[in-house]
Design a protein around this ligand. Structure first.
Ligand code: NAD
Ligand code: MG
Length: 383
């Protein structure tokens, strides 16, 4: 069945793989949005002919406007963060896929949901920073929230039988462990961005690749799972699965476990979010158990990887705790990628922000942005 999609964050790792899926199945693209990579965006416009394109960075928007001037089939351009929100809210698509990185994706997720759109969500930061706003809006508007993150897609796939889902006892959230698995604090101290950007199994954007090295990504995913599946943090066990073949599993009341497996390729979860509850053929290679031979498991080392410990503390505190952890991490990763702080500073700063307040209670969208700004200021003051 054909689909019409608005794709936010189209120039990124998830964005381009989403377009691979769209190309394969002949899906129509209603709108595209990106921050600044206009050459890539222009090529996407020429291939998919969207009706609307939002460019968040002002200079990039001017540049694209120049490139498109005089073209009869040029899409309508929307500008800035406001343009991104406007596009997310527009009627036209069957589904909005949010693959923006960071808290910048939150307003677009809320705009899409409030306008009654089903939301395929790769932008985990939407749930981490504004989980209660996002899930309230989903309930109020009666739309579908379809996970794209591979672990959450796996859990979602394992819970498709409604009778079993009622007896969900525990989630087994798998983690590759990242490039520094098994290392201790002393060894991590000298790690550079070049070391951290080498992920063993996945090829992803820079921010999530650093998050995978610090295990912040698993902390964010733990919080994401709490919001998506309604289990408390202490019923979500993180299990290291080095090969990234088991994408996560669930355990039911009878201690039967169902896991979802496949080669590590994000086009599988992206496609499932777009075809759910149906499944379609995929270009992704088959998983061959006879070549695989073994799967290995281990425990995560929270003593060493403080970002994960900080995320657990944050979700236990509730309220804006996770938002603070996320804001501190976004700022710290930005500084790390500019060689301004060391690898271990990321965990120190994230934990520092989480420990600095009690955070509980309800919040508004304004409170989320204020907390995010506070966390970023904390990081700048404590580097
Ligand atoms: P990326 O850096 O490759 O791409 C990010 C996209 O967001 C780009 O299109 C960029 O133009 C856009 N963007 C950046 N800043 C923006 C802003 N201020 N406003 C609007 N758009 C902006 O990132 P990615 O690896 O594709 O990850 C995207 C999201 O998906 C993240 O939340 C990440 O955690 C999640 N995710 C990624 C993977 C993966 O394999 N890459 C897997 C699971 C989840
Ligand atoms: Mg993931």
């Amino acid at each position: 069945m054909s689909k019409k999609i608005t794709l936010l964050g189209s120039t990124g790792s998830i964005g381009t793989q989403s377009l691979d899926v769209a190309r394969m199945h002949g899906y129509e693209i209603f709108g595209l949005a990106a921050n600044s990579r206009v050459e890539r965006l222009l090529a996407q416009i020429e291939e998919f002919h969207p009706q609307y394109v939002a460019v968040v960075n002002e200079e990039a928007c001017d540049k694209l406007e120049g490139m498109l001037s005089g073209r009869a089939d040029a899409p309508r351009l929307l500008r800035g963060a406001e343009g991104l929100r406007t596009l997310a809210a527009m009627d036209g698509p069957d589904v909005v896929l949010n693959a923006v990185v960071g808290i910048a994706g939150l307003a677009a997720s809320l705009a899409a949901i409030e306008s009654g759109h089903d939301l395929a969500l790769a932008n985990k930061e939407s749930l981490v920073t504004g989980g209660h706003l996002v899930t309230d809006a989903v309930r109020r508007r009666g739309v579908k929230l379809l996970p794209v993150d591979s672990e959450h897609s796996a859990i979602f796939q394992c819970l498709q039988d409604a009778n079993s889902a009622k007896r969900l006892e525990k989630i087994l959230l798998t983690a590759s462990g990242g490039p520094f698995f098994g290392m201790k604090t002393a060894e991590l101290a000298g790690k550079t961005k070049e070391d951290a950007l080498k992920h063993p199994n996945w090829n992803m954007g820079a921010k999530i690749t650093i998050d995978s090295a610090t295990l912040m990504n698993k902390g964010l995913e733990l919080i994401e799972a709490v919001w998506l599946f309604g289990l408390p943090e202490d019923r979500i066990q993180i299990v290291v699965q080095r090969e990234s073949i088991i994408h996560s599993a669930v355990q039911f009341a009878d201690h039967s476990i169902i896991a979802q497996m496949g080669v590590p390729d994000m086009r599988i979860p992206i496609q499932y979010a777009l075809t759910w509850p149906d499944r379609l053929p995929s270009p992704v290679e088959e998983l061959d158990f006879t070549k695989l031979k073994h799967l290995s498991f281990d425990v995560v080392d929270e003593e060493t990887f403080r970002c994960l410990a900080a995320c657990k503390k944050a979700i236990r505190k509730g309220g804006l705790g996770p938002c603070a952890a996320n804001g501190a991490n976004e700022e710290a990763v930005r500084l790390f990628l500019q060689d301004k702080i060391g690898f271990l500073d990321i965990g120190r700063l994230v934990e520092g922000v989480v420990d600095s307040d009690s955070y509980g209670g309800d919040y508004t969208l304004e409170d989320v942005y204020a907390c995010d700004a506070m966390a970023r200021a904390y990081v700048k003051a404590h580097v």
